[in-house]
Design a protein around this ligand. Structure first.
Ligand SMILES: [Fe+2]
Ligand SMILES: [Fe+2]
Length: 284
């Protein structure tokens, strides 16, 4: 398993050279997918699986189970009554949504070991959770629901945390612009490597690898993630992608301004009050 790394523009900084060295030798530094998530991926696809099977699996990993229950009872998933046990939560959410939430929990737990980049990684995770919700909303709205729509949105930028983790192993730098540009350049291939190492479905690997590649806009699942990203930018006000300021971005993705505006407003409504702080650096 190896991806072709993007061709770097010469001259490379010593930071970039160090990063490339770590990425090339870096299979050992790939985050490990906890067994509970790997098993949930299989169980959710097995028609003979019942809520109890999935609940027993989750309860076998107490830290993950505790976090899972807390997210399942959070504002975004609350349905008028609290789920006191994992099994209650699985019954309420259904197997597929349980799997999706487990991946959210596992992803959140894997954003450790990033040294001084904690706020950047927390912000990347915040965007990712919002992108999962955006991908699902967009899929519903466009009649393009598929099994992994939420996970494609959630995990498409998982390479960002990996790049930050690798950069944290190199001599510290104050040049946050350089750091951000390296993350922008290398996170798609780094994310696809993580997705392949975790044996995630091909659609998710595609989304990690190609969500910044304009040539692949015709792939429906990749396009969906591009739409999700545009919605997240509009909600968080990143860059110049505010809806109304840059409707061309949505138009390029085949969305009229009315549909885009209503998606963005629906996504804004899903935001829970407890959000990770925004890092001080600007996204480029
Ligand atoms: Fe990205
Ligand atoms: Fe993104």
């Amino acid at each position: 398993m190896s991806l072709v790394l993007p061709v770097a523009e010469a001259p490379q900084s010593s930071l970039e050279k160090g990063l490339l060295r770590l990425m090339r030798n870096g299979v050992t530094s790939l985050p490990v997918l906890p067994q509970v998530a790997a098993s949930a991926l299989q169980l959710a696809n097995d028609p003979s699986t019942g809520p109890r099977d999935l609940a027993d699996l989750i309860d076998g990993d107490p830290p993950i189970a505790a976090r899972f229950l807390s997210v399942a009872n959070s504002a975004a998933y609350y349905r008028g009554y609290a789920a006191p046990t994992t099994r209650d939560a699985v019954i309420r959410l259904g197997l597929a949504t349980t799997r999706d939430l487990l991946f959210q929990v596992v992803y959140g737990a894997s954003t450790q070991g990033v040294g001084n980049f904690q706020s950047q990684v927390a912000y990347s995770f915040k965007r990712s959770v919002l992108a999962g919700a955006a991908a699902r909303l967009a899929a519903k709205r466009l009649g393009q629901r598929f099994e992994y729509d939420y996970m494609c949105g959630l995990l498409h930028d998982i390479g960002e945390a990996r790049i930050y983790r690798l950069l944290a192993k190199l001599p510290p730098t104050k040049n946050l612009r350089l750091v951000r540009s390296l993350v922008e350049r290398y996170h798609p291939s780094a994310g696809a490597e993580v997705a392949m190492a975790w044996r995630l479905p091909a659609e998710i690997v595609d989304c990690c690898a190609a969500h910044h590649d304009s040539d692949t806009e015709h792939e429906p699942h990749v396009r969906l993630v591009m739409i999700a990203d545009a919605c997240v930018d509009a909600v968080l006000g990143d860059g110049v992608a505010r809806i109304g300021v840059d409707p061309e971005r949505f138009a390029r993705l085949g969305l009229g301004q009315e549909v885009a505006a209503s998606l963005v407003s629906e996504l804004r409504d899903t935001q829970s009050p407890e959000q990770a702080p925004r890092p001080t650096e600007a996204r480029s």
